[in-house]
Design a protein around this ligand. Structure first.
Ligand SMILES: [Zn+2]
Length: 502
């Protein structure tokens, strides 16, 4: 059973005795589970396995935990098949096996939510065999690519109850259902489509905005949160989209964490390479629940779907104030804790926040060509929504200007200084290696200390902001492959802080 992304194993016991024929499930089962007895009974009958009329008692342990969801169907059916002697597999085999699937009335196996969590935690607990629905195969591609993740556990995929019975009656047949031997027919096709990513934006596709590009490079290299401020049409959304092209692929471990969360949200995109970083861009009208998670059944929100990746919030000031408040807490904790009844659900939410906002409600405050029509009061109210505590969690603020046609022409002709996404990506990967291998020094020399002291005084920085400034300077030094933070690194970091007044 799932609690957030972690799994609690539930023992299923079956007792069959004489007496009045009846079928009962006990052990704090929810309505969906109580209905399992009908599903299981009909599925077995339509697959040709008669249930002899006897007194059947199914117990789910531990009994003090409320059980939910239809994922127990297969385990109950498997044990009944064993107890009615349809399968030869030993009791020992059963006690080392997990059966996780829902049953249809015709006896077909259906996949259930959160499979990756079930599998990985069962592997951790040393479960020998796991039986799942064949239809889950496409979701498990990463396990096929990395069979070492399964350690000593065997994973079997079966289509229906009849296949399960043949597999459980013959070791040689069983092997055929192992995920190692299974072939996904449209696998090849899927791999091909991964390369075609039509909406990909590259840095070289965006004219000008070199300061913003540099800031995004720093944000990705050091996992810093960033806010872009500028009028409509200056390219904020496009730049945010292009960030995807400079983020290194996920490690297998990180990809699995992400996959666990996606499954719980019933979100899968098979065209996406599983090692691609998650990128979520919820609209500003999204509810607190869809951003943070919750609801019934408890589902992870956008912040968790963005875990290990990027969360892009466009028009930040248009988000609900309560939603932004919750976001602040998540940025501190890097996880979401939700309470439901006696259970606590926890979802990871460690992402880079890329946010964008207009400088005022009309969008043109400070614009050189168009006049802002907002009153000072309106502007203050607009900005106050994101300033203060939320702004304190943002490391880099950049202001963008619109380019006019002439500037565009000039810049697009000057192709020499254009930074390419692939070059930045390569650099960021090198920086990763550099920081792993090098003994980095975050201390400052005398001149830098003076510079920092002046910045703290003139911007009235909090202790938190002070620490963040040094971290930012460290990232900039990393991008320069420098062991020490030099004055120029700190100066650049301060410049992203200078712009904090919106
Ligand atoms: Zn305005």
């Amino acid at each position: 059973m799932l609690l957030g992304v972690s799994v609690k194993l539930i023992d299923v016991e079956v007792d069959i005795s004489g007496g009045l024929p009846q079928f009962q499930i006990i052990g704090l089962a929810s309505k969906a589970i109580a209905e399992a007895k009908q599903r299981v009974a009909v599925a077995m009958q339509s697959s040709g396995f008669e249930l002899v009329p006897k007194k059947i008692l199914v117990n789910l342990c531990p009994a003090d935990m409320k059980k939910e969801g239809p994922q127990f169907d297969l385990a109950i059916a498997a044990l009944l098949l064993k107890n009615f002697n349809y399968v030869k597999a030993t009791a020992n085999f059963f006690s080392n096996s997990c059966f996780i699937a829902e049953l249809t009335l015709t006896g077909d196996l259906k996949k259930v939510k959160g499979l990756m969590s079930f599998i990985l935690d069962s592997v951790k607990l040393g479960v020998k065999n796991i039986f799942l629905a064949k239809e889950a195969e496409a979701d498990l591609q990463i396990l096929k690519d990395h069979p070492e993740l399964l350690k000593e556990t065997n994973l079997y995929l079966v289509k229906d109850l009849k296949e399960l019975v043949t597999a459980l009656n013959d070791q040689a047949v069983l092997e055929r259902f192992s995920i190692k031997n299974s072939r996904c027919s449209d696998n090849q096709q899927e791999n091909n489509s991964k390369d075609i990513n039509s909406d990909q934006v590259l840095f070289e596709d965006i004219i000008g905005q070199s300061q913003a590009k540099r800031a995004l490079e720093i944000a990705v290299a050091g996992r810093h949160n960033l806010l872009m401020v500028g009028p409509p049409g200056c390219g904020k959304s496009l730049l945010a989209k292009a960030v995807k092209s400079i983020v290194p692929k996920l490690s297998v471990e990180k990809a699995l964490e992400t996959q666990r969360i996606r499954e719980l949200a019933s979100f899968s995109d098979f065209n996406q390479d599983i090692l691609d970083i998650p990128y979520r861009a919820p609209h500003n009208s999204c509810s607190p629940v869809s951003l943070v998670g919750g609801s019934i059944p408890v589902t992870p929100g956008e912040v968790s779907l963005a875990h290990n990746g990027i969360l892009f919030l466009d028009e930040l000031a248009e988000f609900n104030r309560f939603t932004l408040d919750q976001l602040r807490v998540i940025l501190d904790n890097k996880k979401v804790a939700l309470n439901k009844g006696i259970y606590k659900y926890e979802y990871p939410a460690d992402f880079i926040l890329i946010a964008a906002t207009n400088p005022c409600p009309c969008g043109y405050y400070g614009d050189l060509k168009r006049n802002c029509i907002c009153s000072m009061k309106q502007i203050q109210r607009y900005i106050s929504k994101i300033s203060g505590p939320l702004l304190d969690r943002i490391d880099i603020v950049i202001h963008l200007k619109r380019l006019d046609t002439k500037e565009r022409e000039l810049l697009s002709k000057a192709s020499s200084g254009i930074t390419k996404s692939s070059d930045i990506l390569q650099k960021i990967e090198k920086v990763k290696e550099f920081t792993k291998k090098t003994n980095l020094d975050s201390s400052l020399d005398k001149e830098s200390r003076d510079l920092l002291a002046r910045a703290v005084e003139s911007f009235d920085l909090s202790a938190r902001a002070h620490t963040k400034l040094i971290k930012l300077a460290r990232t900039i030094a990393n991008l320069d492959f420098s062991k020490n933070i030099k004055q120029e690194h700190l100066a650049e970091a301060i410049q992203y802080r200078e712009d904090f007044h919106i």
